[in-house]
Design a protein around this ligand. Structure first.
Ligand SMILES: Nc1ncnc2c1ncn2[C@@H]1O[C@H](COP(=O)(O)OP(=O)(O)OP(=O)(O)O)[C@@H](O)[C@H]1O
Ligand SMILES: [Mg+2]
Length: 159
């Protein structure tokens, strides 16, 4: 068993922990989570390469009623979908910091209607809105197991 996430900052006051045992369980958790979101929600996904961030986002999109296939926006930075609410999925893997995020004009998405989910959100930790909900994904020792922790508040910067 894992000893759990080592948070980059102080441990959040409120958190919910789940273990998923395959990608479908992560999709299902995303659906459950996504179906409870309201317009204006910002969701930060934090976890190493291949942790399951995009998989979780696919579930969140399904929970928001997006019918299109949600693919990784790594080369476009951000893709937009229509569901019961507008759904934007950003991937900041290729972005180093907030300065670059602003240079691309991406901050306008914080003020859009709908839900914004951001992979590698810790890259812009300092400028995420205080209302941000963080989802930490932690691969466990067993190959397909992931610990997923939902926390109130933006993640802390990792550098
Ligand atoms: N419990 C699980 N939850 C999510 N994905 C899982 C799980 N078990 C195995 N996987 C596999 O791990 C991979 C996760 O890929 P995914 O693209 O979602 O990760 P990611 O965190 O978005 O990666 P990247 O950092 O490259 O964006 C998939 O191949 C998926 O099938
Ligand atoms: Mg991804």
């Amino acid at each position: 068993m894992s000893e759990g996430i080592v948070y980059p900052g102080p441990k959040p006051l409120v958190e919910e922990r789940r273990i998923t045992r395959c990608s479908q369980e992560t999709v299902d958790l995303g659906k459950e989570f996504g179906s409870r979101l309201r317009s204006g929600a910002v969701v930060a996904l934090v976890g190493p390469l291949g942790a399951g961030k995009t998989t979780l986002v696919q579930g969140i999109g399904a929970g928001l009623g997006v019918n299109e296939a949600i693919t990784s926006p790594a080369f476009n930075y951000l893709l937009e979908y229509a569901g019961q609410l507008p759904f934007c999925h950003a991937d900041l893997y290729r972005i180093e910091d907030a300065r670059q995020f602003f240079a691309l004009g991406l901050e306008e998405y914080f003020d859009r209607d709908g839900v914004l989910a951001i992979e590698w959100a810790e890259r812009i930790a300092d400028i995420l809105p205080p209302r941000t909900i963080s989802l930490y994904l932690n691969p466990l020792a067993k190959q397909d197991e992931r610990e997923i922790i939902v926390c109130l508040g933006p993640p802390h910067a990792t550098k």
